[in-house]
Write a protein that binds this ligand. Structure first.
Ligand code: ASP
Length: 432
């Protein structure tokens, strides 16, 4: 069975690095026709792409791959899970494991997962497998979405939450906990308050381990879903990520999501990063240096929110990580630091997308991303959270080596999910 036409076309555009306008010109079709082929199948305006177009696009992509092969670019070798492995182990600990090529291959697999994530199809490729979801620090969406992703592939989940009720509170070492759990489950997702701790868990077992957030270190699955969201939004808006302006705002010192995200974005070329933080919460130097070493990026740091977000293609806001503050006297952002409707009206563009890893602190004194933007279609936060499912499904499928089985395993769902999940969802939500 060939992959769905939306998956096929999105993959081709990513591989060729073309916007919808450029791609439709390249294959000689009207942009309107391409847009209708790119819709998910159940959508009203969906049209079937002629078979000859599929053949033509396949040829273009294959020719491009041949050209690359004979240039200096590194050729692809082996499966994705082997290419991202650490010491031959199938783990996801850091975004440093990815190249632009491998990250886009993961997104191709995430695209295949979309009909399952959107509850049109079911799959049981992980039937019999058990996930250990070990969260030693607060979490709602990461824990539940990893669990739901595993279940939607047919697996089952065992959860544990909090440090107080774990054996580590009795003095058990990370090594012992990890080795014991490895005997009970087939994969683990770990969240832990200490940077580097998830790598310690991973060193003590040979089953797949995923970093669900290690202190102020990294949060790779969040960064992957953020990048996937940006690329999906940019595709709809007709933009390329290369050359874009990304404003990252807030607690850049302790916010692990932005540590992972800027490193992942740095795989693209010619980005302008404006790193906007209150004094004392600046991005760590080693991350800025890692980004500066590649891709011809421009990096600006500022404490002035208005200046930092002006004209940005993406504004990525974050919460003050109060649980990690040390000597800093910060209780929340000052009002001059809040991203709200008035601020967006003055300094953003009609195409700016506004993101946040969530949770946003909605208490008034926190001055986190304002709820007055909830009906603004530029607010992409719930498109981000929805994308957490296909991305986490793709991560499991790759780490467990079943990604090629998913396409053939899909069956129709037996129940009727609502067509729109959120009452305030934008009209295009779930359509691209
Ligand atoms: N949920 C994200 C994290 O676990 C962001 C946050 O908590 O502010 O890092």
């Amino acid at each position: 069975m060939a992959v769905a036409q939306q998956v096929f076309l999105r993959d081709a555009m990513r591989k060729l690095n073309l916007t919808r306008d450029m791609f439709s010109a390249r294959i000689g079709v009207k942009r309107r026709a391409l847009d209708s082929w790119l819709l998910p199948e159940p959508s009203h305006d969906f049209r079937v792409m002629p078979e000859v177009v599929r053949r033509f696009v396949t040829e273009i992509v294959e020719n491009e791959a041949l050209l690359e092969k004979y240039s200096d670019a590194a050729p692809r070798r082996g499966s994705l899970r082997d290419r991202i492995a650490i010491n031959d182990k199938h783990q996801l600990l850091s975004v440093d494991q990815f190249t632009r090529d491998s990250v886009e291959e993961l997104f191709y697999i995430a695209d295949i997962m979309q009909p399952i994530a959107r509850r049109q199809k079911v799959s049981r490729v992980l039937e019999g497998a058990v996930l250990g979801n070990l969260f030693f620090e607060a979490s709602t969406r990461t824990r539940v979405s990893f669990g739901a992703a595993f279940c939607r592939l047919g697996g089952s989940v065992c959860d544990t939450t909090g440090f107080t009720f774990s054996s580590m509170a009795k003095g058990e070492s990370i090594y012992d906990t990890s080795r014991v759990m490895g005997g009970y489950v087939d994969a683990m997702v770990i969240r832990h308050p200490e940077q580097g701790s998830v790598a310690e868990f991973a060193a003590a077992t040979n089953i797949p381990v995923v970093n669900g957030g290690d202190g102020s270190g990294e949060h790779p699955s969040q960064a992957l879903l953020d990048l996937y969201t940006i690329l999906t939004e940019f595709s709809r808006l007709g933009k390329l990520l290369d050359g874009a302006h990304i404003a990252v705002v807030g607690d850049l010192k302790y916010g692990r999501t932005v540590h992972s995200l800027v490193k992942l974005l740095a795989l693209y070329r010619g980005l302008k990063f404006t790193l906007v933080s209150p004094k004392g919460l600046e991005m760590p130097t080693e991350i800025i240096e890692a980004v500066a070493q590649q891709g011809n990026h421009v990096i600006e740091q500022t404490n002035n929110l208005e200046q930092g977000i002006t004209g940005a293609d993406v504004i990525y806001a974050t919460r003050v990580q109060k649980e990690r503050l040390q000597s800093e006297q910060i209780r929340g952002y000052g009002p001059e630091f809040q991203i709200n409707a008035a601020m967006i009206e003055r300094f953003a563009t009609p195409d700016t997308i506004i993101m946040h890893p969530l949770p946003r602190d909605s208490r008034p004194m926190a001055n986190d991303l304002s709820v007055d933007l909830n009906k603004d279609p530029r607010l992409a936060i719930f498109r981000q959270t929805d994308n957490g499912i296909p991305i986490r499904m793709a991560i499991f499928a790759v780490l467990m080596g079943v990604e090629t089985l998913v396409q053939h395993s899909m069956r129709d769902v037996t129940w009727s999910p609502p067509t729109h999940i959120g009452p305030d969802d934008a009209i295009f939500h779930g359509m691209d």
